[in-house]
Design a protein around this ligand. Structure first.
Ligand SMILES: *[C@@H]1O[C@H](CO)[C@@H](O)[C@H](O)[C@H]1NC(C)=O
Ligand SMILES: *[C@@H]1O[C@H](CO)[C@@H](O)[C@H](O)[C@H]1NC(C)=O
Ligand SMILES: *[C@@H]1O[C@H](CO)[C@@H](O)[C@H](O)[C@H]1NC(C)=O
Ligand SMILES: *[C@@H]1O[C@H](CO)[C@@H](O)[C@H](O)[C@H]1NC(C)=O
Ligand SMILES: *[C@@H]1O[C@H](CO)[C@@H](O)[C@H](O)[C@H]1NC(C)=O
Ligand SMILES: *[C@@H]1O[C@H](CO)[C@@H](O)[C@H](O)[C@H]1NC(C)=O
Ligand SMILES: *[C@@H]1O[C@H](CO)[C@@H](O)[C@H](O)[C@H]1NC(C)=O
Length: 514
């Protein structure tokens, strides 16, 4: 009989001796006469959710007490306190499923289920439970599924429910989950501890059948390094983890700052690991200078970059990071946004970047667009190719550029017009031509040592001569005749004058260092 969602406020007598299921949910029932259910001898499923059973409690509980054969009962959302619920659960030895979601229970004690010990499936979501007395659930020997999500529990200090297979403690305020130390086999297969305040991995039963562990949205990792965390609980932990058949673990939205490798490597059966959305809580609001030299980093997560709103100087020398480029029209596939690359463009305040020795092969277009780069070191990225548009976005701010020791030849190097550039180091390559665009720059120091130059572009030299440029030129194959003088200026003059137009005056180049 489905009488749900009506305006029934009182119930006096139902003489339906064969009725097995009765749905009275969503009424305004506040009074059930003591004898109202006296003639419902076969009733097994009763739904009384969303009523006002807490009003005439004495009468209501007596009426319910006469239903000793009930197998499922729903008394959710009735404004029930602990004592009210206890009264309504008298004489329920056949009860298998009980739902009490959305009431105002604050404490669970053994007396609550004293007369309903056969429960297998218990749902008490969304109450105010902050305390569970010892021996509340232990006597419920058939209890398999227990849902206590959305309550106020602060810790589970002595979990002892061997019989439970499914336990949901999501959305409480748990800081700890600790199993009582015993050698018994626990039936636990699914444990949901998500959306709590756990600081440590839960201490699980030594022997268990756990397959799904939900730990997302906690504070795991917030207490610092794994080493500290692991050694503190490890003696307890290592054996447990090794034996655990865990196949799925969700660690997303925690506070890890490093990957808890040591702990997770013990999970031999793991098939799915969700580690998304970590590192995001870190923030270094004032950090200006960060040195990450020589760390074998292959990537730096966008969340980490986001945590550096004031970064000025970043040293990534001797790592393995690849700058991201952005999709531009008809670029080869290799330029595609690559999840393992570093999006430097996020670092708006970045002025000095060292990417020396990162094994970068190709500098994609607009690698640094969005930054405020003043100096950039790309040295010793062997055979790196710098494309036309690689420096797009920073060509107006860049003052110092180091692209030495790359073994690049002139076809692998093209630079945009960089008006602010004052220092350029293209030494130790195989260049035989300077990029024409250098005429845009007001260079003060240029190092072209150890390349394959036989001559230097005259009009370029002319431009450079306006800026008192220091040039380092040794280790090339300049084919000029430089006779017996010891004065650099003369040598330079002779070298250049053979190849340059007559009005070129070396006197304007103040320093030439060979
Ligand atoms: C009781 O009825 C409500 C609808 O009013 C429903 O959401 C709930 O699932 C029912 N309870 C059971 C145990 O079937
Ligand atoms: C308990 O339920 C049974 C029916 O299963 C009934 O005969 C008995 O009177 C009930 N006891 C009380 C105290 O109401
Ligand atoms: C646990 O309960 C929460 C809240 O009702 C629910 O969202 C979640 O899906 C449940 N977890 C599992 C594993 O069933
Ligand atoms: C991992 O967790 C995130 C956040 O909850 C979710 O969006 C994503 O789908 C999950 N991934 C897998 C493989 O379950
Ligand atoms: C991502 O970048 C790495 C390193 O440059 C490269 O080996 C890999 O093939 C790239 N992946 C894709 C999908 O482009
Ligand atoms: C240019 O780079 C090389 C390293 O490749 C370095 O030895 C040299 O001192 C640099 N030149 C200047 C002018 O700093
Ligand atoms: C010399 O540089 C100028 C720009 O400064 C360029 O237009 C010209 O093509 C270059 N000449 C040679 C021979 O590379």
């Amino acid at each position: 009989l489905n009488l749900s969602n009506n305006f029934i406020t009182q119930l006096h007598a139902l003489a339906l001796p064969y009725l097995e299921q009765l749905d009275l949910s969503g009424n305004q029932l506040d009074l059930i006469s003591e004898g109202a259910f006296g003639n419902l001898a076969r009733l097994e499923h009763l739904n009384l959710s969303r009523n006002r059973l807490s009003v005439s409690l004495g009468s209501n509980s007596k009426a319910l007490g006469s239903l000793g054969r009930l197998r499922s009962l729903d008394i959710s959302m009735n404004g029930l306190s602990n004592s009210a619920a206890e009264l309504l659960l008298r004489n329920k030895s056949s009860l298998d499923q009980l739902k009490m979601t959305g009431n105002v229970l604050i404490k669970l004690s053994p007396s609550m289920f004293g007369e309903s010990k056969g429960i297998t499936n218990l749902i008490i979501e969304d109450n105010l439970i902050s305390e569970i007395e010892k021996q509340t659930f232990e006597p419920l020997s058939r209890l398999e599924s227990l849902n206590l999500a959305r309550n106020n529990l602060a810790s589970i200090c002595d979990f002892t429910l061997h019989q439970v297979k499914y336990l949901n403690l999501s959305r409480n305020s748990l800081e700890f989950f600790v199993t009582c130390e015993d050698a018994a086999l626990y039936s636990l297969e699914v444990l949901d501890l998500s959306h709590n305040k756990l600081l440590y991995f839960p201490i699980l039963p030594k022997l268990n059948k756990l397959k799904h562990l939900y730990l997302q949205n906690n504070l795991l990792g917030a207490l610092g390094s794994e080493a500290v965390m692991v050694t503190e609980v490890n003696s307890l932990y290592q054996d447990i983890m090794k034996l655990m058949p865990l196949a799925y673990i969700d660690l997303s939205f925690n506070h890890f700052t490093s990957f808890p490798l040591e702990t997770l490597s013990l999970l031999f059966s793991l098939e799915t690991l969700n580690f998304s959305h970590n590192f995001r809580q870190i923030r270094f609001p004032s950090l200006k200078c960060l040195d990450l030299q020589k760390n074998s980093l292959t990537s730096v997560s966008p969340f980490f970059l986001k945590a550096l709103p004031q970064i000025d100087t970043l040293n990534l020398q001797e790592n393995q990071v690849q700058p991201c480029g952005f999709l531009m029209k008809s670029l080869p596939k290799i330029f595609d946004l690559n999840s393992s690359c570093v999006a430097f463009g996020q670092l708006k305040t970045l002025k000095h970047l060292n990417l020396r020795e990162n094994d970068i092969k190709i500098l994609p277009p607009t690698s640094f667009q969005g930054t405020s780069l003043i100096s950039l070191n790309l040295a010793k990225n062997n055979h790196m190719v710098i494309g036309e548009a690689a420096l797009e976005g920073v060509q107006a701010t860049l003052q110092s550029l180091i692209i030495s020791e790359i073994s690049m030849n002139s076809s692998g190097l093209s630079l945009p017009c960089m008006p602010a550039l004052t220092n350029l180091n293209i030494s130790n390559n195989r260049l035989n031509k300077t990029p024409g665009s250098l005429a845009c720059s007001s260079l003060k120091v240029i190092d072209v040592r150890n390349n394959a130059f036989t001559s230097l572009n005259c009009s370029l030299l002319q431009t450079l001569s306006l800026n008192q440029t220091a040039m380092f030129i040794s280790g090339n194959k300049f084919n000029c005749y430089c006779s017996g003088s010891s004065r650099w200026q003369v040598i330079a003059f002779r070298c250049f004058s053979r190849r340059c137009s007559n009005d070129f005056r070396t006197a304007d180049i103040r320093i030439v260092i060979i």
